[in-house]
Design a binder for this molecule. Structure first.
Ligand code: ZN
Length: 152
């Protein structure tokens, strides 16, 4: 499977889809693990589209830092293989209200990247696109639809 954009990986990619990553994807992995950008998405707490900001701490090590972090001090060299056999938590906050969290976990193992956890759920993040079904489904069926999406 081709790697989605980091934004797509965060907002839309279902749990447990596996993506092969190679050394040429080092920058990608770096910008995901140390996500420090902004992305627009639906905030279920605000109940409207908002902007989320990555709150990952900048790393101070490794040759795979994006060039914009080049001024950061090198503490210890980092090999591509050092990315693997680890679980990473990526945290973002809603810029309307920083107590609104978005958090996900990624597992890098055996040359593969997969998302293994996400909060809020993809169903909650895709609420605007689900709303159109709300009017035509009973509340029971609507709940079922949302529950199903959490397992896709
Ligand atoms: Zn919010």
């Amino acid at each position: 499977m081709n790697l989605p954009t980091v934004e797509n990986l965060i907002l839309e990619t279902p749990l447990y889809d596996k993506f092969t990553v190679s050394e040429s994807d080092s920058q990608y992995l770096f910008s995901l693990i140390y996500f420090h950008d902004k992305i627009d998405g639906f905030c279920p707490f605000c109940d409207k589209v908002s902007t989320f900001r990555g709150t990952q701490s900048f790393p101070t090590f490794g040759p795979y830092k994006p060039t914009e972090y080049a001024e950061l001090e090198e503490v210890s060299p980092n090999a591509f293989s050092d990315f693997f056999e680890k679980i990473y938590t990526v945290k973002l906050v809603c810029t309307r209200n920083e107590s609104h969290p978005m958090q996900m976990s990624f597992y890098l193992t055996d040359g593969k990247l997969l998302k293994i956890g996400q909060f809020p759920s993809i169903a909650d993040l895709s609420m605007p696109s689900l709303r159109k079904y709300r009017e035509v489904l009973t509340s029971e069926k609507y709940k079922e639809l949302r529950a199903c999406l959490n397992f896709t």
